[in-house]
Design a protein around this ligand. Structure first.
Ligand code: FAD
Length: 370
């Protein structure tokens, strides 16, 4: 793709109603505010892109010790099926999910869909008893949500009830690369470095955005964040095009553009990144019970990731103070099992908070002679 066609596409995406950006929320007078975004997983990349597009007068630099394909975000299935955060109000989760769905749906409907790795996928969420099946808060955001018919349920003799709907799926490494290219196309920079202390950034940046996921436990000492280990298989089974998800959330088959993700596990407080062959066999057997044609799947790869889990996503401003010095920080981490489902809505909020920090710095300019 040429530079000018990339520019045209970005302009096209910007003009889509679902992607219309809130520009100029703060009349900047700082010449070029310097923003450092720590973390190059899904949350860091999407937040950096969103800042670079909503506040085009600032410079955005991502600093991270790991990049795709070595982040938790690369392991994910990338399905837009939200997980519920008990400590975040439902109206807030619904708004973030809707903003994310609308944004990815617009990309899915553009010529960028393949390079961004975005696809629409229909399928079934099935339950052994209908009493376990609540109407999810996101049922009116995904497309065509309805109860499964008797005919559809015949495929799953062990199950009594099900919900059918169409949602979106990200091919995670493709989407991360696409976001990185978009950031660079907007003039953003990317540096490989581990950050041990946020104050180390104070000399070179005006505002720091913390998107370090599970790394926040060590970097800022947040003991409320904990890992939920997930092991999945990525297999080649191109004949599959419908997703199947057991309502317990533990067994799932998610077909994507390049492979099918079979899952999975949720092991709270486990930091173990080594694949467990017994778990792989268990996942494969359970998925074959749901979809027997998977016996013919090929090229089976095992991946493990640590979901950065927290009762509530941390999306807020904090002003760090050290003597006379101040460092504005915007936190955006703790998306647990639902980062893909919420990321763009969360990135928009983080970008608004960065805008507020810039406005405060600007207000303090005459006094502090910054
Ligand atoms: P990460 O991807 O871990 O990125 C954190 C970044 O910060 C990394 O680049 C890291 O190197 C960097 N970093 C950390 N500390 C430092 C430091 N001190 N200095 C510099 N850099 C640092 N979500 C969905 O919505 N749908 C799904 O279908 C789905 N499936 C999943 C399946 C599995 C098996 C797993 C494990 C997760 C799944 N998720 C899913 C959840 C999703 O993957 C996460 O919510 C999301 O990836 C979190 O993104 P992140 O950017 O916060 O974290």
């Amino acid at each position: 793709m040429t530079k000018s066609s990339t520019r045209n596409t970005i302009q096209y995406l910007r003009n889509l109603p679902a992607l219309r950006f809130h520009q100029n929320w703060c009349g900047l007078s700082m010449s070029k505010p310097r923003i450092a975004v720590i973390g190059a997983g899904l949350i860091g990349l999407s937040t950096a892109v969103c800042i670079s597009e909503t506040i085009p007068t600032c410079s955005v630099t991502i600093i991270s010790d790991e990049f795709t394909p070595n982040t938790t975000s690369d392991v994910a299935a990338g399905m837009l099926i939200p997980h519920t955060y008990p400590g975040t109000p439902i109206y807030q989760q619904k708004q973030w999910f809707k903003e994310t769905f609308d944004y990815l749906f617009a990309i899915n409907n553009s010529s960028e869909a393949l390079s961004a790795g975005i696809s629409l996928v229909s399928g079934w969420q099935i339950f052994k008893t209908s009493s376990n099946a609540e109407l999810p808060f996101w049922s009116d955001i995904v497309l065509g949500f309805r109860a499964m018919t008797e005919m559809e349920l015949k495929k799953f003799p062990q199950y009594r009830f099900g919900q059918a709907f169409t949602t979106l799926k990200c091919d995670c490494p493709s989407y991360l690369l696409w976001l990185e290219k978009r950031l660079k196309g907007n003039g953003g920079e990317v540096h490989a470095k581990r950050i041990a202390n946020l104050w180390d950034l104070q000399n070179n940046y005006d505002i720091v955005v913390n998107c370090t996921g599970i790394g926040s436990r060590e970097l800022i000492g947040d003991l409320k964040i904990y890992p939920v280990r997930g092991q999945v298989l990525k297999v080649h089974a191109p004949w599959l095009n419908h997703f199947i998800r057991d309502g317990d959330g533990l067994s799932y088959i998610y077909p994507g553009i390049h492979n099918v993700t079979l899952g999975g596990t949720r092991e709270k407080d486990s930091w173990n990144l080594s694949p467990d062959p017994n778990i792989s066999k268990d996942i494969f057997d359970k998925c074959c019970a749901l979809e027997p044609s998977l016996q013919k799947a090929q090229d089976i790869k095992v991946r493990v990731g640590l979901r950065p889990s927290r009762l509530a996503v941390r999306l807020q401003k904090e002003i760090l103070v050290q003597g006379e010095k101040k460092l504005p920080v915007v936190h955006n981490y703790g998306h647990g099992s639902g980062g893909f489902s919420m990321h763009w809505g969360a990135a928009k909020k983080a970008a608004r908070l960065v805008g507020e920090c810039i406005a405060s710095l600007q207000d303090s300019l005459p006094k502090a002679k910054l």
